[in-house]
Design a binder for this molecule. Structure first.
Ligand SMILES: C[S@@+](CC[C@H](N)C(=O)[O-])C[C@H]1O[C@@H](n2cnc3c(N)ncnc32)[C@H](O)[C@@H]1O
Length: 256
């Protein structure tokens, strides 16, 4: 059964790659991940999306297969990776227990309704000692003037912080599912340019997954955030922005 977020990703599948930093983001993630991965073992990408990151991993010699719940996202992944992808729920993986040596998820755990169910499934399919590599979407939130408005919107729409996916939120859940948190690795600072107007347009176009639930209240909060962005000085001027990405590494404990 599809989830609300997967259905929304299907709607934006065509714009997804470009709206999320295009090939440059995928190359950056692959460069962070590849040194941590074993090129002699198949990697399972859970929530593979359009396959943009997986394709860069394959280019770097990592044999990769993947699953995603959104068929339109996955059809783009199929163009990149062929038959190595399948429609499946991260919380119900169609994979034999203890059969996978390494798994990865980039920008998945902030959109799943039950991340404990995902950790449980990843722990189930991993071999003892196998690893789960996670690049969070909201691990370190930028606090520049655009970031402040977006963070405020996120906090308003998600007071329970169920969409925050930094180590403080993920590690306790992972540990309770038999995945021990080894720490952040491969930290990388990405510098890019974006104007408040660019961000306002992305929010208005429904590209921000944080606004997908919450109905009229979320729509109102999103419009108010757009107004705040447009009220910043010279809103069309690109600002230099910075985000810091890290790979959070979890290991399946050997005696589960
Ligand atoms: C933000 S995108 C990230 C895609 C890809 N990992 C990347 O970095 O480009 C999140 C992806 O998770 C998928 N997704 C959401 N819930 C899922 C679930 N329960 N099982 C599998 N995939 C899911 C969505 O369909 C979407 O493709």
């Amino acid at each position: 059964m599809t989830t609300h977020s997967a259905a929304e990703f299907d709607k934006i599948a065509r714009e997804y790659d470009e709206s999320r930093g295009g090939t440059a983001r995928a190359e950056g993630f692959a460069e962070q991940l590849a040194p941590l991965l074993d090129p002699d073992r198949v990697l399972l990408d859970v929530g593979i999306g359009t396959g943009i990151v997986a394709a860069e991993l394959v280019r770097r010699g990592i044999p990769t297969v993947g699953v995603d719940l959104a068929p339109a996202m996955l059809s783009l992944a199929r163009r990149r990776l062929g038959a190595a992808v399948a429609v499946a729920d991260a919380a119900r993986l169609p994979i034999r227990s203890a059969s996978v040596a390494q798994t990865v998820s980039t920008w998945l755990l902030h959109v799943v309704p039950d991340r404990a169910a995902v950790f449980q499934e990843v722990a189930r399919v991993l071999k003892p000692g196998g690893r789960y590599y996670v690049i969070p979407a909201r691990g370190q939130r930028p606090t520049d003037e655009i970031g402040v408005v977006v963070n405020e919107l996120e906090d308003l729409l998600d007071p329970q912080r169920s969409r925050q996916d930094g180590p403080e939120e993920l590690a306790p859940t992972a540990e309770s599912c038999g995945l021990s948190y080894l720490g952040p690795f491969g930290q990388r600072t990405k510098v890019f340019e974006e104007s408040p107007e660019d961000m306002a347009q992305a929010l208005s176009a429904g590209l921000f997954s944080g606004s997908w639930t919450g109905g009229a209240k979320a729509a109102e909060a999103t419009e108010s955030a757009c107004a705040k962005l447009r009220a910043l000085s010279d809103p069309g001027r690109p600002r230099k922005r910075e985000v810091v990405d890290a790979v959070l590494v979890f290991e399946r404990v050997r005696d589960v």
